[in-house]
Design a protein around this ligand. Structure first.
Ligand SMILES: [Ca+2]
Ligand SMILES: [Ca+2]
Length: 245
């Protein structure tokens, strides 16, 4: 009798516990849901995260000086040193993050240095760019006639009619140094054996051979997409020349 009674209490307690647990968990889930709904409403009201796509928004998302033949679906290897008188291929990525197809977009590529600001290298006109798409354009920049020194390359999309966010229309790319063609390894302003040795160690490499990561755009002095005898020849012709000659 006592034994059964004890068992019954235990059973009831067990049932009560389960019920209580369920009630507590339903209550907590409810609180959580209410909390989430409130959070979403607040986020929506503030326009954070769930912000609606703007009607018009052009974005310049990258500007990279490199060489011809690079893989555009992977990070583009940067050319950081340019031999004066030779070129670099500048890639610029432009995105349409708005809801509308844009037409006749103007994209300007500039160089700047300590004395000159936003000198136009090239102006592209994109005839049409659909909503939520991007395009990668390229142009060559010849450094003939420039002073030795550091330059910054940037890309600017001229705002389209009705575009509100124009802070993302300008992309300031990394710096490049214009130097003696050959001075790419030991950046001391001179062309010496260390530089020529470095170029030689990249002999017959291209952006895709032997592997993308082994490509150094700086070693491709004449910017034709291969490091070969022509580059070594240019370096040899500049042997012992310096920026102060
Ligand atoms: Ca924009
Ligand atoms: Ca070359």
């Amino acid at each position: 009798m006592f034994h059964n009674f004890y068992r019954e209490i235990k059973f009831n307690n067990y049932k009560m516990g389960k019920l209580l647990n369920r009630t507590v968990s339903v209550f907590l889930t409810g609180l959580l849901l209410i909390g989430m709904v409130t959070l979403i409403m607040n986020v929506k009201r503030l326009g954070i995260g769930f912000a609606e796509t703007p009607e018009h928004d052009i974005v310049v998302s990258n500007v990279v000086p490199s060489t011809p033949g690079v893989n555009l679906s992977a990070p583009i290897p940067k050319k950081t040193i340019l031999g004066r008188g030779y070129s670099t291929t500048i890639y610029v990525a432009v995105e349409n993050q708005g809801r509308n197809t844009e037409t006749d977009l103007q994209i300007d590529i500039y160089w700047s240095n300590s004395t000159h600001f936003n000198q136009t290298i090239y102006s592209f006109v994109i005839s049409e760019l659909a909503a939520s798409t991007f395009i990668i354009l390229n142009t060559a920049w010849n450094t003939g006639g420039l002073m030795y020194g550091n330059y910054t390359i940037s890309g600017y999309a001229v705002p389209v009619l009705g575009e509100e966010n124009i802070t993302n229309n300008l992309f300031i790319g990394s710096d490049v140094k214009v130097g003696v063609p050959c001075d790419i390894y030991w950046l001391d302003g001179y062309c010496n054996m260390r530089d020529i040795g470095y170029i030689t160690s990249h002999f017959m490499t291209t952006p895709t051979e032997p592997q993308e990561t082994g490509w150094d755009p700086n070693a491709d002095i004449n910017n034709d997409g291969v490091v070969n005898m022509r580059d070594i020849g240019i370096a040899a012709n500049n042997f012992y020349k310096s920026e102060w000659d």
